[in-house]
Each structure stands twice: as structure tokens, then as C-alpha cells.
Design a protein around this ligand. Structure first.
Ligand code: RP5
Length: 173
């Protein structure tokens, strides 16, 4: 189990957010904003299945050592990062397909979603919506055993609903 921090200490990360390249950051940022808003402690790393394979393997071991609740992994093109992480660890991997230039992210999506039976990766939408939803999904998993996260997630969803109801565009429709 992860340790409870004493007052003033930075809490240990509960979620790992990794991406195949710095160029994925603008996509993954949408998820980081959600984790920050919900006060879910996270850490961020750039890891590549192709350019830094050893680092990928050691991050999978770190995820287990830190007892992370999950890893959110974003990658584009031949997006092997989420699947390879899932091969190395039983920590749940949430895959975010980054929109590629050549194939608009269809390649990323299929690379991440088409895992062989036995090694699961939960796959989200292409682009920032996927990163945002992966973060909300991570929070929902944590909320099962953490009442404070549950309250913040419920409040987030209520605000989202209220923002639609308060939109003057809908008055009179
Ligand atoms: C993937 O290749 C990364 O996840 C990124 O989406 C894509 C392109 O990377 P860069 O060439 O921009 O570094 O590994």
C-alpha cells in the first residue's frame, strides 16, 4: 500500500501519466488539467516504446513499486507504448491515441485498441477528449476506495451539468 503523507509533504503519485514524445504533451495536457482539478496526485514522464525501450520496462517496475492505481499512456502513430507497458505490469493501463499527422490518429487508435487476449489496455478516444476521459476514468477508479476523490468527482460532474443548464443558448428552445 502507498504511505499516507504527513502534513506539508507532497503526496506520492497515484496515477502515472506517460507519453511517447514531448510532441504528445498538448494532447495529454487535457488529462493533467483534470487530475489537477480533482486533486489526484500524478507524475508525468516521456517514455517511448521504440526510442527508450529499457526506460519503458523500468517505468513498469516503478509503477508497481509505487503502487500506482493506473498508468495513462498516450502515443501516436505506431502507438506501442500502452500495450508494451501493459505487457510489463499488471497495473491497469489507460491508452490515449494521439492524433497523428499522416492518418489522423486512426493508426494510433488501432495500435492501442487491438491488443491480443490476455494483455488488456483500456482505450479512449483520439486526442484531447481521450486524455480528459482517461483522467476522469482514473479518478473514478480511485473514487471506489477514496471518499474525498469521490466527492470531488461528483462535484466536477455536477458543475459540468450545471454549465449546460445555465447556457443562455438553450433558453426558449
Ligand atoms: C510516437 O511518435 C509519439 O507518441 C508521437 O505521437 C509520435 C511522433 O513523435 P515525434 O516524432 O513528434 O517525437 O512515438
Amino acid at each position: 500500500m502507498s504511505e499516507t503523507p504527513s502534513e506539508g509533504q507532497t503526496p506520492p503519485p497515484r496515477v502515472g501519466v506517460v507519453m511517447g514524445s514531448r510532441s504528445d504533451f498538448p494532447t495529454m495536457e487535457a488529462g493533467l488539467e483534470v487530475l489537477a482539478a480533482l486533486e489526484v496526485p500524478y507524475e508525468v514522464r516521456v517514455l517511448s516504446a521504440h526510442r527508450t525501450p529499457e526506460l519503458l520496462a523500468s517505468y513498469a517496475a516503478r509503477a508497481e513499486r509505487l503502487d500506482l492505481a493506473c498508468i495513462i499512456a498516450g502515443a501516436g502513430g505506431a502507438a506501442h507504448l500502452p500495450g508494451m507497458l501493459a505487457a510489463f505490469t499488471r497495473v491497469p493501463v489507460l491508452g490515449v491515441p494521439v492524433q497523428s499527422r499522416a492518418l489522423s490518429g486512426q493508426d494510433s487508435l488501432l495500435s492501442i485498441v487491438q491488443m491480443p487476449g490476455g494483455i488488456p489496455v483500456a482505450t479512449f478516444a483520439i486526442g484531447p477528449a481521450g486524455a480528459k476521459n482517461a483522467a476522469l476514468f482514473a479518478a473514478a477508479m480511485l473514487a471506489v476506495g477514496d471518499g474525498a476523490v469521490r466527492q470531488r468527482l461528483n462535484a466536477y460532474r455536477q458543475r459540468q451539468t450545471q454549465a449546460v443548464l445555465d447556457d443562455p443558448f438553450f433558453e426558449g428552445h
